[in-house]
Design a protein around this ligand. Structure first.
Ligand code: DLL
Length: 437
């Protein structure tokens, strides 16, 4: 694992009970600020008969109302801000492809905290001031580009703000500028690896050491492929625009769960149906409360991401609570003939079968009254030159794995390499045709 480094050693390694004191104080301040400065929260509290002094201990958080994405949309654009606009120094927003965008505003202190929290996560992933950091996230309203850019600059690394697009040019830049760290979505990192092969470049031709990947769910199969093809140590990092962007949680080099910056974001897991908090260790929906945010404090924001929280003795020495790699979003979950399926489970199943790549697409259609699921999986060219028997065996093997992990039996189709879509940003691996026509 090499030398262990921290960005905020004291905060990252303090005893959880000691941290809880800060969390409580910060939670009380946040609730007060939200009540006093945001009409939405004041109305909500008044309706529920809640006073801003409701928080006597941390568990009182369960008395607070939830905040949903729809609340942000209904208060578009600036209704959730807790400070006058003149104190806001940056604005980001979601793309708004499915409704009004959600808008977030940062004060100077918020930006400072953001930079430092991303610096924490990058340090945990191995990055130091000696690194050359290649950022392939889009720069713009999306928080990925600027978030990681300023985090890396805060560390003192040399940052190359390449942004997204033109993969061959990106590879040439990485090669010529001797980039040591790649910042991207996991699916784009895979695409870069494939494009390098096409360009006749090997990992030894580049200088990469680390890849910090995030913004979408990914599993061990993609990690193994990226690490092998790019010659990096690849860590996962998680965040969402509504709460800040990247910098909320990230893996250390032990790669066993993401440490949450819980001194800035208080995490809970709830049952998404009953909305009741679940004990540590159980899977459910992640709910986050900002603890230091000035521009737009959010109480119990429902992320829709499915994960679980746990504490362990991480060999890195961090005592920050961990979350499991998010499995997917409750709103991306497919319901196929009544069975719940997360697209990320497909990657998990592929991981158990030799001779397949992590490139897949899921198609869901109506077949009479029933739903039918087809999974297309890329395999190496040679299998199509082999006897039919080999292909049949592979299809059977995949079907068994899918049935085991997804609890349904999809149709499995093998396709040759490079026939499925590749992604520069977040991957879209599901085509649901049930509502078309
Ligand atoms: O994706 C922020 C980000 C940028 C995180 C760069 C990490 C790196 P949004 O576009 O608002 O923000 O999307 C947030 O993406 O609720 C999750 O569903 C998903 N997501 C983000 N990171 C991960 C991850 C950014 N590591 C939504 N694993 C979140 C799984 C992730 N899902």
């Amino acid at each position: 694992m090499g030398e262990i480094r921290y960005w905020h050693k004291e905060e990252e390694t303090m005893a959880p009970a000691e941290r809880a004191v800060f969390q409580l104080e910060r939670l009380q301040t946040t609730v007060n600020r939200a009540y006093r400065n945001v009409d939405f929260y004041r109305k909500k509290f008044d309706e529920l008969g809640l006073k801003p002094d409701v928080i006597g201990e941390l568990t009182d958080i369960s008395k607070l109302p939830f905040t949903n994405k729809s609340d942000l949309r209904e208060n578009y654009p600036y209704g959730m801000f807790a400070v006058p606009l003149r104190d806001i120094v940056r604005i980001h927003s979601s793309s708004g492809t499915t409704g009004k965008p959600t808008v977030v505003g940062y004060t100077k202190n918020d930006l400072d905290n953001w930079n430092n929290l991303v610096a924490r996560i990058m340090t945990a992933g191995g990055v130091t001031k000696d690194d050359i950091v290649h950022v392939s996230f889009t720069y713009g309203l999306f928080t990925g580009g600027f978030g990681l850019h300023y985090g890396a600059e805060t560390i003192g690394a040399s940052v190359i703000p390449v942004s997204s697009g033109n993969t061959q040019r990106q590879i040439t830049i990485m090669h010529d500028y001797k980039s040591t760290t790649l910042i991207a979505t996991p699916s784009y990192a895979l695409h870069i690896a494939e494009t390098m092969e096409k360009m006749g470049l090997k990992k030894e031709d580049l200088s990469l050491k680390y890849a910090l990947l995030g913004s979408e769910p990914w599993g061990d199969m993609i990690r193994a492929e990226v690490e092998d093809k790019l010659g990096v140590s690849a860590t996962d990092n998680y965040g969402l625009s509504e709460l800040m962007g990247p910098g909320i949680a990230g893996e250390c080099l032990c790669k066993s769960g993401l440490h949450i910056n819980e001194d800035f974001f208080y995490p809970e897991i709830i049952d998404p149906i009953t909305l009741k908090p679940l004990p540590e260790g159980e899977w459910g929906e992640l709910v986050l409360t900002t603890l230091k945010r000035e521009g737009m404090p959010l109480l119990r924001y429902r992320t829709r991401d499915v994960t679980r929280l746990y504490r362990d003795d991480c060999p890195c020495g961090r005592t920050l609570i961990k979350m499991e790699k998010p499995q997917g979003r409750t709103d991306d979950m497919l319901i196929i003939n009544g069975v719940n399926v997360f697209p990320s489970q497909v990657e998990e199943a592929l991981n158990n079968v030799k001779g397949v790549s992590p490139h897949y697409m899921i198609f869901v259609r109506k077949k009479g009254a029933l739903d039918a699921m087809e999974i297309k999986v890329e395999v190496t060219e040679d299998i199509f030159f082999d006897e039919m028997k080999k292909q049949r065996t592979l299809v059977e093997e995949l079907t068994v794995q899918f049935q085991k992990i997804l609890s349904i039996k999809p149709k499995v189709t093998l396709v040759t390499s490079h026939t499925l879509d590749r992604f520069e940003g977040k991957a879209k691996r599901v085509v649901d045709e049930r509502n078309i026509g």
